[in-house]
Design a binder for this molecule. Structure first.
Ligand code: HEC
Length: 108
């Protein structure tokens, strides 16, 4: 009986840890306002980042293309709703690259 309670507690703990990890947006996503339109595991205005990650899994050119897309904005890959430019002047490239790498790493 004791071991059942222990394993249930462990399982519940893992579920909580798992969901916290799955929904944590990196600080750069908050700083750059990505969180206004994106979540990791559900569609908001833009697609869930987990879905983005799955779509481009194994696509070697995706990182460079997505950095440009996030910086300059655009539409058509997920619907007609456009994403506005998040870094039109190219001043936050390091942030954009880190965020795209974070997104692409989600589905691995
Ligand atoms: C005003 C809302 C909005 C904000 C802010 C926003 N996005 Fe988006 N995002 C969208 C929409 C809408 C799409 C779907 C565009 C399409 O269909 O091609 C999208 C698509 C994407 C995609 C997939 C692009 C593709 O071509 O498949 C990535 C990656 C992404 N966003 C990352 C980000 C990052 C990183 C930030 C913050 C720097 C950000 N987004 C901020 C609305 C937003």
């Amino acid at each position: 009986m004791k071991s059942i309670i222990v394993s249930m507690t462990v399982a519940a703990g893992l579920m909580i840890a798992g969901s916290a990890m799955a929904t944590d947006m990196p600080p750069a996503a908050q700083k750059n306002n990505c969180t206004a339109c994106h979540a990791i595991d559900k569609k908001l205005v833009g697609p869930a980042w987990m879905e983005v990650s799955k779509k481009y899994k194994g696509d070697a050119g995706a990182e460079a293309r997505l950095i440009t897309k996030v910086s300059k904005g655009g539409s058509g890959n997920w619907g007609s709703m456009p994403m506005p430019a998040n870094d039109p002047a190219g001043k936050k490239r390091a942030d954009m690259q880190a965020l795209v790498q974070f997104i692409l790493g989600l589905a691995k």
